[in-house]
Design a protein around this ligand. Structure first.
Ligand SMILES: [Fe+2]
Ligand SMILES: [Fe+2]
Length: 168
């Protein structure tokens, strides 16, 4: 946590310019998740929904199965509890890189992986989903295979563009 400077920069613009999911994209997400998981997913701000959706598409392109798609969609659901905007997130990320102490909402933001893991575990999510949420900014845990971990790490990279297809 929290990733390279390039990752942070791309995520900054990702958050700033992300479009909400359109109706077809929302339907796709609802098809991949059960009702409890979908509620958590759609409780996220638009940029985090867009980030999770993009991650799911990368997983699908890489041949990942439904559990891996769900892990990609849900890995950042802990962030919403911090209720930080783009500037607050940027401050938190830079403070983490600099090793500065964090309290309150910035601490919640720093700990979003653990928060997500506990929430997803309480929903009865599969081990892969819980494990990836908990460790996605750290080291691969033994229960996740190298190939699945590499695919999910690739999926967690910010997209080149955030533009959404228009609803028809
Ligand atoms: Fe994250
Ligand atoms: Fe992420």
């Amino acid at each position: 946590m929290p990733g390279s400077l390039g990752h942070l920069t791309r995520r900054f613009f990702d958050v700033l310019f992300s479009a909400p999911l359109n109706s077809a994209e929302r339907m796709a997400v609802e098809g991949w998740l059960d009702s409890g998981q979908a509620w958590v997913f759609f409780s996220q701000p638009d940029p985090d929904q867009r980030h999770g959706f993009h991650a799911a598409l990368v997983v699908i392109a890489g041949g990942g199965d439904l559990d891996v798609i769900r892990a990609a969609l849900l890995h950042d659901v802990g962030k919403r509890h911090a209720r930080l905007g783009v500037l607050g997130r940027t401050y938190a990320s830079l403070a983490m890189r600099l090793g500065l102490p964090l309290t309150g909402r910035w601490q919640l933001y720093r700990d979003h992986g653990e928060t997500a893991a506990r929430e997803l575990d309480s929903l009865g999510c599969e081990d892969l989903i819980v494990d990836f949420a908990r460790h996605h900014h750290g080291e691969r845990p033994p229960r996740i295979s190298t190939s699945t971990w590499d695919l999910l790490q690739l999926a967690d990279q910010p997209p080149k563009t955030s533009a959404a297809p228009k609803d028809e």
